[in-house]
Design a protein around this ligand. Structure first.
Ligand code: MN
Length: 293
């Protein structure tokens, strides 16, 4: 078991909300096709998320709120309010733009945002958006599991994915002992969102991610307090990826092309209609060629 500590980054330049980023990490690039794992809040700055229109390619974005409400708009005409217990899944394919704003009428803002790399066969597909408000749950002992993406222990999310994977929330009561079966053919990570737990007898603090290579068939979790965990896992994703800014590409040249097209507001990405206005230009590329990761 590897413990992956988060890096702290800012959610936007306009707020002081910290984002904890567990993936990608110097010691762990990805888990299955999960290439990006961000977690922010809880914060009382419920209107602290204001991310103007920006592009994505080659990936799916997954937004899973624990508290608060968000408004998603994108360039294929989607307009969707997102609440806890619901998932937004945006498939960028060959290119999409979106904006995200948190809404005022809640007491707290707390969410995870994840990216999934699309396999080569589908990465240039037309963009798509799904919202699912009715997600399957399963009780494992005293723990309630909700599968928001993929499949775990026969419980399957209706959301569309393109590689074998799981994304699930686990609500563990205080004083629980849980033997969580996992698929030994896959690699997995358990993010401690909140609470005090030990995983395989080792304390794992809030915001830390415990990583398991393939070959592990069960994980033992003990909770000292009520705890909220995220399980992500999947079949090892073998393709080489060039991750830069909001793009998942297959070469340096492709990143250069996407960046130029976005900054020229190429029709490929479409236009977002929202109340925020404006769009976020891509930053300068580093002076050296990007490396595959
Ligand atoms: Mn985005």
């Amino acid at each position: 078991m590897l413990i992956v500590e988060p890096r702290v980054v800012k959610l936007t330049t306009r707020t002081e909300i910290d984002v904890r980023r567990n993936l990608p990490h110097a010691r762990l690039r990805r888990i299955g096709a999960w290439v990006f794992l961000d977690h922010f809040g809880p914060t009382a700055q419920v209107e602290g998320m204001k991310v103007a229109s920006h592009p994505h390619t080659g990936l799916q974005t997954v937004t899973w709120p624990f508290a608060g409400r968000m408004d998603h708009r994108d360039s294929i005409g989607s307009s969707q309010i997102l609440e806890p217990g619901e998932v937004n899944l945006m498939t960028a394919g060959l290119g999409i733009a979106h904006s995200e704003v948190s809404l005022p009428n809640s007491e707290s803002l707390h969410a995870a945002q994840l990216w999934i790399a699309l396999p080569s066969e589908v990465r240039n597909m037309q963009p798509a958006f799904e919202h699912h408000g009715d997600l399957p749950s399963k009780q494992i002992g005293q723990t309630a599991m909700t599968v928001f993406l993929g499949e775990h222990l026969g419980t399957k999310s209706p959301a569309t994915v393109y590689s074998p994977l799981v994304g699930a929330e686990l609500r563990v009561p205080a004083g629980a002992r849980l033997e969580l079966p996992i698929d030994a053919d896959w690699e997995h990570g358990i993010l401690v969102v909140s609470g005090e737990v030990t995983i395989d007898r080792q304390p794992v603090a809030a915001n830390e991610l415990a990583y398991f290579e393939a070959g592990v068939s069960a994980v033992s979790i003990e909770s000292q307090t009520q705890a909220l965990l995220l399980l992500v896992g999947g079949k090892k994703f073998e393709e080489e990826l060039f991750l830069w800014w909001n793009f998942v590409a297959r070469s340096h040249a492709e990143v250069v092309e996407m960046r130029e097209k976005w900054n020229a507001q190429d029709a490929r990405f479409g236009k977002v209609s929202d109340n925020l206005g404006g769009w976020i230009p891509a930053p300068e590329l580093p002076g050296v060629k990007l490396k595959a990761r």
